[in-house]
Design a protein around this ligand. Structure first.
Ligand code: GTP
Ligand code: MG
Ligand code: ZN
Length: 312
């Protein structure tokens, strides 16, 4: 892409404040949005992971002229107001990264990440990092529930090369979003898998953790896509303390919990919300101990949020 007017297709690596970094066959180009797209920016938000059409202008600058239709996207509601914030697009899987300690895992937040993935039909795996702090047996106790539900859980320590091998295999050849709270080691894991990435990692000071909780301040400040030597791409993303859904549109909420999904066919009413309806196979399974109480609480809380949203 050297002559004015020439075109190319690339993939958005990152984008802040109207400046985008786009990968074209292994070369990184700095681009802005073409005026026409800029006007529709509320409509066509260019996001990390997007496949875009580029055009080289006579002045040597490069613009994004169009965005290809997306295979999928993961979005959240912005912290302020009611806007959609696209985290990443065109994903093959989500890796929900939590740590066994420092910070301790917040399973209601993990449930939210999993529901987000299920609702978009994006496969999810769970990464339980920092097993060096607890030992593997304790980590299995913490996260074993998710294996029983049917998720793949990868037990990792970014401190030892042997403990990131399975994660490396899981990422090879796919586009993966690594998401989770701040300080759990997302960037550190990626650096251990591929030292050349050189991602900034934070220091979780014990003092800071005690004061602020949740691992302190954020180190990664914006999502960025990286090509892996093993094929595929990873998106490293800033830690999220909260995750509010922009939409859980495609499926009912119960469908987004695989452990609840398998019972809904047995409910007396087809529109059962599994709260207190008679003949509910889900609450029966809960009482029988076949559905975990914490998972059911996550479901009930999210259902409450959805209803409040609809009433809004
Ligand atoms: N003991 C131990 N510490 C780890 C491990 N992985 C990461 N850390 C440490 O945890 C701290 C936070 O790591 P980061 O990689 O910056 O965490 P992050 O998830 O990218 O955080 P944000 O960018 O803020 O979202 C650093 O001090 C790392 O050295 C691990 O497996 N074991
Ligand atoms: Mg980070
Ligand atoms: Zn029911």
């Amino acid at each position: 892409m050297s002559e004015a007017g020439s075109k190319a297709v690339g993939r958005v690596l990152r984008g802040v404040g109207g400046a985008y970094r786009v990968d074209v066959d292994g070369k990184t180009l700095e681009c802005s949005l073409r005026g026409r797209l800029k006007q529709q920016r509320e409509l066509v938000k260019v996001a990390v992971g997007d496949e875009v059409e580029l055009e080289l202008l006579p002045d040597g600058s490069c613009v994004i002229a169009d965005v290809h239709p997306r295979k999928n996207k993961l979005s959240r509601k912005s912290a302020h107001g009611r806007r959609e914030q696209i985290i990443a697009t065109n994903l093959d899987q989500l890796a929900a990264v939590f740590s066994t300690r420092e910070p301790e895992p917040e399973f209601t937040l993990l449930d939210r990440f999993l529901v987000l993935a299920e609702s978009s039909d994006i496969p999810a795996v769970v990464v339980a990092n920092k097993i060096d702090l607890t030992g593997e047996a304790a980590a299995h106790e913490q996260f074993g529930l998710y294996e029983r539900i049917g998720y793949r859980v990868l037990y990792t320590s970014a401190k030892t090369v042997k403990d990131v091998g399975d994660l490396g295999k899981q990422l090879a050849g796919r586009t993966t979003l690594l998401a989770g709270p701040s300080g759990v080691g997302k960037s550190t894991l990626l650096n251990s898998l591929q030292p050349g990435l050189g991602l900034a990692v934070g220091e979780v000071s014990r003092a800071l953790q005690k004061r602020g909780g949740g691992g302190g301040r954020h180190t990664t400040v914006e999502a960025s896509l990286h090509a892996l030597d093993s094929g595929g791409y990873v998106v490293d993303s800033p830690g999220l303390r909260k995750l509010h859904f922009w939409e859980v549109a495609e499926h009912d909420l119960g469908w987004c919990f695989p452990d609840i999904r398998r019972y809904v066919g047995g409910c007396r009413f087809h529109d059962c919300e599994h709260m207190s309806e008679p003949g509910c196979a889900v609450t029966d399974a809960l009482e029988a101990g076949d559905i975990d109480g914490g998972r059911y609480d996550s479901y009930a809380r999210l259902l409450g949020e959805q209803k409040a949203e609809r009433a809004y």
